[in-house]
Design a protein. Structure first.
Length: 243
């Protein structure tokens, strides 16, 4: 039987200030928890219903107890509390592809972008301080385990981009057609805020302005969701490597 203090601690981790104070985050479900365990991240506490066997020291709970702990409408067998990892903050000097997020606010978008990065083999995402917290339970859930393989670093983007010796690509309304623009296998792809796009200080440091063109003539959707735009952009970069 779990106590009120255990439930209280888990529930407090929904808020960023408590995650920062405790240095902990919550992951739920066999897929997400399993991927974190496979990558060697050691949990502080694991709560699971009978039938789940992921690691030693698991606290067995009933379905009702798991519902009290969970942030999901339909809890999925296991909930684990992990220490927040701290990825290296070195400049991206390696000659490969990176993502940078400038003020992405929606947890679902951020989680999806982490998953997209994982799919396209991008192992590091640099985020502005005003980007959503990647350890938010909603973000962790949306990554579907990809958070175990993609490092997310919060930093001052203008300072970072001013120092790197890599091309900086940004999706902008006055950019060049991405399908006609030369795209190398290395660089930093910047994606902006859902409503305002890339901020002015970051926009000044974009060396290659890209546009995903609309194919419908006349009236069409005003813009693309930032996660969808990220997927299209990453896919086009990777497609060029194989062509």
């Amino acid at each position: 039987m779990i106590g009120k203090n255990q439930i209280k601690l888990v529930k407090q981790l929904e808020m960023k200030k408590h995650r920062q104070r405790e240095g902990l985050f919550v992951a739920e479900g066999p897929k997400v928890v399993g991927d974190l365990l496979k990558c060697g991240l050691m949990p502080k506490t694991v709560y699971a219903t009978e039938g789940w066997s992921g690691c030693d020291g698991t606290i067995l709970v009933t379905d009702e107890e798991l519902r009290k702990l969970s942030f999901l409408q339909h809890p999925q067998q296991v909930l684990a509390v992990f220490p927040i990892p701290h990825p290296a903050t070195a400049l991206p000097t390696t000659k490969k592809l990176y993502l940078a997020l400038d003020g992405v606010q929606d947890p679902g978008n951020l989680g999806t972008i982490v998953r997209i990065a994982d799919w396209f083999g991008i192992d590091t995402i640099f985020c502005s301080p005003d980007t959503a917290d990647v350890w938010n339970p909603k973000v962790v859930q949306a990554t579907m385990g990809s958070i175990a393989r993609v490092g997310v670093v919060y930093t001052d983007l203008p300072s970072l981009l001013a120092e790197v010796a890599l091309p900086v690509f940004g999706t902008l309304l006055d950019g060049d057609d991405i399908y006609r623009h030369e795209l190398p296998a290395k660089g930093i792809i910047v994606m902006g805020n859902e409503g305002n796009g890339i901020s002015a200080p970051v926009r000044e440091l974009v060396t290659h302005r890209l546009l995903i063109p609309a194919f419908r003539q006349g009236d069409s959707a005003e813009s693309l969701n930032v996660a969808i735009a990220t997927a299209i952009t990453c896919s086009e970069f990777r497609r060029r490597e194989r062509s």
